[in-house]
Design a binder for this molecule. Structure first.
Ligand code: 4AD
Ligand code: MG
Length: 481
């Protein structure tokens, strides 16, 4: 029996005349009484291979079972294709139906399905061209993340998923407990007694691996985490997930400028890697985006195509702008003066909304923007305070169509300043003692940032909804599959 080959390898390097075996899922079948043309895809590439079956040689009842969605195994000779647009055909000598897919019931018929519908059948959507392309690009990006940091001498660190601390101080966490929800043990004051819970105190799913990452950076110098993070914020937007993946490098001896430079270099590397390794899938996604935007008004369409956008990121320096400068620009902007922003900008100190971030990136600077030196009151407790007493060494990177894609900072390495801030913000010290100790024993200036992996995936694939760049999205009200 001929050995199985992946379709990608067959198309790349066809051995004409050789016998081979292909296994995959039927995309379409057409033909007549004498001959059947079967398009097969095995996920190794966006392209299908065409199997050609002479119906005098292949059993007719078998051919009837070859319907869209069925899984088949085909053995035959590789020949040069007669058809236009294809290079290689497989002349069927043996056909086995591994798994039928009833034409009446199989939901993925060869026609256009909406992305909303495909979300409802997330168990089958990887079999579409669009999702096949997205998940292949996703894999390439995961690989590139590890490659980038490995080449720079960073160590990958697994940080815990169950945690007793709230790294971002936002309090939007998912509780982890084994207590009986119907009848939990109570303290004398009538509160739930978490001292009798599995870990002996309250625990949650982590919102970030940063705090533990810092511990390791203060020993290994340069580390990065790449793990799942969980946020119970009830944001039903196209950019928020309750479970998402974050890449968090943490570097000893880096200041805020070093941090911003590393983040920019990292994003450029990922964009370049995608263009060098995923062009077939990107071409497909590029066409898909053009097609999707055909029905939009001119001003709502993206100015650059998907590929042009990636190239733009590689070729252009990001704009570095302080929060204070950004507030001035926004205050004097047309949408602010004409009251077009939902949240008007009138004073220094307010948090920026995604409409403001997108104005800066898409209308004002027309390139990725790195905003730095934010007011301390809108940022997390661990950020290093500037001498002005008002701002911290925070930085956010803003991208077109997305808004914030990276959040990071130089960390407060001075014990007393950090301790005071923790007290001011009422953070329970018993959950933080170990973090504070690193500032007591051999502290060092250090910095880091977090890239939301799915936000990046929105950018590289041109998809508009974050639910379409993760295989099985978790969002408020939805955790199926
Ligand atoms: O800005 P954030 O909250 O920063 C941190 O968690 C820091 N501990 C990072 C660090 O300095 N090590 O989140 C970082 C990034 C955001 O910029 C965004 O890209 C992404 O994580 N993100 C989300 N992505 C999807 N769904 C959500 N609900 C997200 N919340 C944040
Ligand atoms: Mg942030």
């Amino acid at each position: 029996m001929a050995k199985r080959a992946k379709i990608k390898d067959l198309l790349l390097n066809p051995k004409f005349g050789a016998e081979t075996n292909v296994k995959g899922w039927v995309r379409t079948k057409r033909g007549n009484k004498n001959i059947a043309f079967i398009a097969i895809n095995d996920g190794s590439t966006i392209h299908n291979i065409q199997a050609v079956a002479d119906l005098e040689k292949v059993d007719e009842t078998l051919i009837k079972l070859v319907t869209t969605g069925a899984c088949i195994s085909v053995t035959g000779e590789i020949v040069e294709s007669q058809g236009k647009g294809q290079s290689v055909d497989l002349l069927v000598s043996e056909l086995v139906v591994l798994g039928e897919a009833s034409a009446e019931e199989y939901p993925l018929q060869p026609k256009k399905h909406s992305l909303e519908f495909l979300r409802e059948i997330a168990h089958l959507r990887p079999r579409t061209n669009t999702f096949g392309a997205i998940f292949r690009v996703r894999h390439a990006m995961i690989f590139a993340v590890h490659k980038f940091f490995n080449e720079k001498g960073f160590y990958n660190l697994h940080t815990p998923i169950i945690t007793g601390s709230d790294a971002e101080g936002a309090g939007e966490m998912f509780r982890v407990t084994t207590l009986d929800s119907e009848n939990p043990p109570k303290t004398e004051e009538g509160k739930v007694d978490f001292s009798r819970d599995f870990f002996g105190h309250e625990t949650n799913l982590t919102v970030s691996g940063q705090l533990e990452g810092e511990l390791a950076a203060l020993a290994l110098s340069d580390i990065y985490t790449f793990g799942p993070t969980f946020r119970a914020e009830n944001s039903n937007t196209s950019r928020h997930l309750a479970e998402f993946w974050m890449i968090e490098p943490e570097m000893a001896f880096y200041d805020l400028n070093d941090n911003m430079d590393l983040a920019e270099e990292f994003l450029k590397y990922l964009a370049k890697y995608a263009m060098e390794h995923c062009m077939e899938d990107l071409d497909f996604l590029n066409t898909r985006l053009l097609d999707e935007e055909k029905n939009l008004k001119q001003e709502e369409r993206s100015e650059l195509s998907l590929i042009e956008r990636l190239q733009f990121v590689v070729d252009n320096d990001f704009e570095q702008v302080s929060y204070t400068e950004a507030i001035d620009i926004l205050k004097n902007s047309k949408p602010n003066k004409r009251k077009r922003f939902k949240y008007l900008i009138n004073e220094w100190g307010i948090d920026l909304q995604s409409e403001h971030e997108r104005f800066l990136v898409e209308k004002h600077f027309k390139k990725p923007v790195v905003l730095y030196n934010y007011p301390k009151n809108i940022k997390a407790f661990y950020m290093r305070q500037n001498d002005d007493g008002k701002t911290v060494r925070a930085m956010d990177i803003l991208f077109p169509g997305i808004g914030e894609i990276v959040g990071g900072s130089q960390r407060e390495e001075r014990y007393n300043v950090l301790k005071t801030r923790i007290d001011e913000m009422d953070i329970p010290e018993e959950s933080m003692w170990w973090y504070l100790e690193t500032r007591k024993f051999g502290t060092a200036p250090h910095s880091g940032f977090g890239l939301g992996f799915e936000r990046w995936m929105i950018f590289v694939t041109g998809m508009k909804n974050i639910r379409d760049v993760i295989p099985f999205p978790r969002t408020p009200g939805s955790a199926e599959f």
